[in-house]
Design a protein around this ligand. Structure first.
Ligand code: HEC
Length: 159
């Protein structure tokens, strides 16, 4: 037979122990919840890392030239082209120029004709530079295309 006084104390101790256990359990759950809220282990270990923000795509400036052709005008890429564009595209399109082929003298004759009849201005120091460009890139084309190859000396490829 247990002493009722002792039993009362024991009951009291057990009550405190249960309360303490509940407290510890609640605390542990709380800590786990807090930590997982902060580091989100699911997110860290199972999902691919998300980009911070969708960055706007870098747009490279459109190339001015493509395959050696100035896209805006159709002129062939070459030295002094900027001077040609500045002087030869304000009255008519560049096509007027690019459709033509001439020697340096031929180009100069056209420039003189425009100066005498079309109010083309004195090109000054730019004229030889313009003529350099035109004579080089819009020279008269050789008659016809390259002839097909004949008399080819075939030889055996050796390993
Ligand atoms: C002040 C205006 C003006 C400027 C600047 C000008 N042109 Fe012209 N050009 C004309 C006119 C007008 C014509 C005749 C257009 C037509 O026939 O419809 C012409 C015609 C031409 C032609 C065609 C000639 C032909 O015989 O068919 C060529 C090639 C040409 N220009 C080249 C040039 C070049 C190269 C330059 C720069 C050095 C230039 N133009 C600058 C006014 C100009």
């Amino acid at each position: 037979m247990v002493d009722p006084q002792k039993q009362k104390i024991l009951d009291e101790v057990h009550r405190h122990l249960r309360a303490a256990t509940r407290g510890v359990v609640v605390l542990v759950i709380g800590v786990i919840a807090l930590v997982s809220y902060m580091i989100d282990p699911w997110e860290l270990s199972f999902k691919e890392e998300k980009p911070l923000a969708e960055l706007p795509k870098y747009e490279a400036p459109a190339p001015e030239f493509e395959n050696g052709i100035h896209l805006a005008t159709g002129f062939k890429e070459g030295e002094n082209l900027d001077i040609v564009i500045a002087n030869c595209t304000s009255c008519h399109s560049a096509k007027m120029v690019t459709q033509n082929r001439a020697t340096r003298e031929g180009w100069q004759t056209m420039i003189r004709w425009m100066q005498e009849t079309q109010n083309l201005w004195d090109l000054g120091d730019s004229e030889p530079l313009i003529l350099d460009y035109l004579a080089k890139y819009y020279a008269p084309e050789k008659a016809g295309r390259r002839q097909p190859l004949t008399n080819i000396d075939w030889y055996e490829l050796k390993d």
